[in-house]
Ligand binder design. Sequence first.
Ligand code: SAM
Ligand code: SF4
Length: 331
Amino acid sequence: MSLVDRYGRRVEYVRLSVTDRCDFRCVYCMAEDMTFVPRRDVLTLEELLAVGRAFVAQGVRKIRLTGGEPLVRRNILWLVEQLAAVPGLEQLVMTTNGSHLADMARPLKQAGLARLNISLDTLDPARFRELTRTGNLADVLAGIDAAQAAGFAGTKLNAVILRGRNDDEIEALVDFARVRGLDITFIEEMPLGQIDEHDRAIAFMPSEEVRARVHARWPLAAVPDDQSAAGGPSRYWRMAGSPTRVGFISPHSHNFCHLCNRVRVTAEGRLLLCLGNEHSLDLRQVLRERPGDDQALAQAIVSAMDLKPERHHFNLQEAPQIVRFMNMTGG
Ligand code: SAM
Ligand code: SF4
């Protein structure tokens, strides 16, 4: 079985948002005063498992649990354990803000989670509080330690760089990754949801500029035929004398849509075919109208492939066309 869209792209990777809620309110991701989806509208853990199984039955090989903050979802370990045991699923991974990893890293490893991406935009405690509005840097640093102590390999840091806010820490973040043997990916801010905290056009920091800064300190060599990046938006580079890879996700300056192998499922069960478009299909409706009907779910997923748009168009000069925030999108 395989999922192929109208442009011949094979979908093998699903990002599954397990909650839209979060203990942080990062300035680029959320408004300060967020309204979350009523709990009854969020997929249950059993529904999330059914969705995961249905995708794997259609040839999906990698699932990333995300959110919101996946570790604030109650009983998330049950879902990890169940999904990790689904035959055919090769990689079950998670993106987290790291705030709960100090306690959760070991149980997650035991439950079968393969890898972690941890978001870290600054190493300065006061700035960390400012950018996340509620977070404590020390918790996240303890979480990174715990992930490494629990034996997670291939851990990657994600950093969103905003001009004038944390662009002076690009080298320090790379250095942190080097010292700890982690990979790091720099992400351009995307215009998802209406925020008032800053002007995204002014804060925009192109990946090329970030890369030039890193390159000036540690000359970078492109990673050729990078299999871990296959179908993904990240482009990776290496530095001499270090296993650390430096990646860049550049939705503005580098269009990667022709390689796109992924879809997203929001916490409400909306199957999103593209990060930068609203094309979607309501899987929750199928799950709740036809409970236990694997055939109906499979059919919905297969038919949705025809909705996957050819590419996204982000324009920072206009009001955001995508009204959903990143925490809804399942970033
Ligand atoms: N809460 C988890 C975390 O922060 O890692 C998982 C969900 S979060 C939405 C996933 C990633 O999206 C994070 O690395 C975050 O920095 C990034 N992100 C959030 N809003 C973004 C935006 N507007 N543009 C680019 N990246 C964004
Ligand atoms: Fe929460 Fe992650 Fe969004 Fe920050 S980026 S508010 S940690 S979901």
